[in-house]
Design a protein around this ligand. Structure first.
Ligand SMILES: *Cc1c(COP(=O)(O)O)cnc(C)c1O
Ligand SMILES: [Zn+2]
Length: 378
């Protein structure tokens, strides 16, 4: 129990990789804590740091319009910075605030939601936060992190270069908040709570659909279910469904070929930004995710952008404004052929406002005349 190597089982400090064998490290709770977790206190199964909380987690499960009644969405877009990344950031911030850990500052490589989330929680703890992004990142995506007071650095290079630099900066007093298993043991550890909350609400569903970049959301969620099963609290684990966009699908490709995940070196041809991760420099992260899918008896699908955006529109016009990556997890359920008598939960990972749509908004200019207004309300 405690932080443990997922490969050799050694107990470790909260470091990303095992000092003995290099395996990824994650937190595992004892049976009593797991029981509390599924009885409505998911944080009971997190590391015992002094807890920094801003209302993350405990997100609602709701029926989705446009899907069979057996499908529900877990609305992670209701987290404080509007994505599930807040689960990991809250735990990271708790580790920084805890006087037993050496850290007092955070560095993070991210082009999107992780930067926003880590910056917010760093601000809450009052510690310095540096965000590293490729120079071609649209500035519209950096305003949130900057608003929280993070120092935003642009680098002439790729996301992988930013990731390398974050690794160099991280060290004795600086923790790496980048949201991959190989940099940060808090992300997947915190994402286990998704499983605890689902079990508390509806038990173990047949399927859990997850949009995947490197995949610590899928991996952490699956490990949460597996822990409950191994502790004898549940009878089963769900099948995990990994969803990527066709224009960058290294994890799905590895799954389809039945071989270890390799970096995606083709051009990235998808607009579904939150899951377009080529894994260059850290393919082991994607492989770890692929193994979770395999172990669960699940599957993996790659979707074309038009399918994803069609679902994003369908969700929005039925009241749920979600990021395109989140629409992908709903779309994936149909694409994977999940039958209507199986229960499925799609993780709606992020809010539409985190991904401003290009293009003009359709408006109609009218004179001060009620008639055209009445017209659309008939
Ligand atoms: C980060 C992110 C993902 C991908 O999750 P990973 O587990 O990091 O691969 C999916 N959707 C949204 C909205 C995200 O921000
Ligand atoms: Zn090990």
């Amino acid at each position: 129990m405690g932080f443990t190597c997922l490969d050799c089982g050694a107990a470790t400090d909260p470091t990303p990789t095992c000092p003995k064998c290099g395996g990824f490290v994650e937190y595992a709770a004892n049976r009593e804590s797991l029981r509390l977790a599924v009885e409505g206190d998911p944080a009971a199964a997190l590391p015992p740091f002094e807890r920094i909380r801003m209302g993350e987690g405990n997100t609602p499960l709701v029926d989705l319009a446009e899907t069979p009644s057996t499908v529900s969405g877990k609305i992670e877009s209701l987290n404080p910075t509007l994505s599930f990344k807040d689960r990991g950031s809250a735990l990271l911030a708790s580790a920084v605030a805890d006087s037993d850990t050496p850290w007092n500052a955070v560095v993070v490589a991210s082009t999107g939601n992780t930067a926003t989330s880590v910056a917010a929680y760093a601000a809450r703890v009052g510690c310095p936060c540096a965000v590293l992004v490729p120079a071609d990142t649209p500035t519209s995506k950096l305003g949130h992190a900057a608003a929280y007071g993070a120092a935003v650095f642009t680098i002439e290079g790729t996301f992988s270069d930013c990731f390398d630099l974050a690794e160099q900066v991280a060290g004795e007093h600086v923790v790496n908040g980048t949201a991959v298993y190989s940099a940060n043991p808090f992300v997947a550890s915190a994402n286990r709570t998704v499983a605890f909350e689902i079990v508390a609400a509806i038990g173990v569903p047949d399927w859990v659909s997850v949009p995947v970049g490197a995949g610590p959301l899928l991996g952490g969620t699956f490990h949460g279910f597996r822990e409950l099963h191994e502790a004898g609290i549940t009878d089963d684990v769900p099948r995990m469904l990994a969803v990527q966009a066709h224009g960058c699908h290294p994890v799905v490709r590895g799954f389809e070929r039945g071989e270890p995940v390799k970096p995606w070196t083709d051009p990235i041809t998808t607009e579904v930004g939150a899951i377009a991760d080529p894994l260059v420099g850290y393919p082991a992260d994607g492989e770890h995710t692929r193994q979770a899918v395999e172990e669960s008896g699940g599957t993996a699908v790659a979707l074309n952008d038009d399918v994803v955006f069609e679902w994003a529109d369908k969700l929005a016009t039925s009241g749920l404004y979600a990021e395109s990556a989140s629409a992908a997890s709903v779309a994936g359920i149909e694409a994977a052929g999940v039958s209507a008598d199986e229960t499925a939960v799609a993780l709606v990972t992020g809010h539409g406002v985190n991904e401003p749509r290009e293009g003009t908004v359709e408006t109609t200019a009218i004179p001060l005349d009620p008639e055209p207004v009445r017209e659309v309300l008939r």
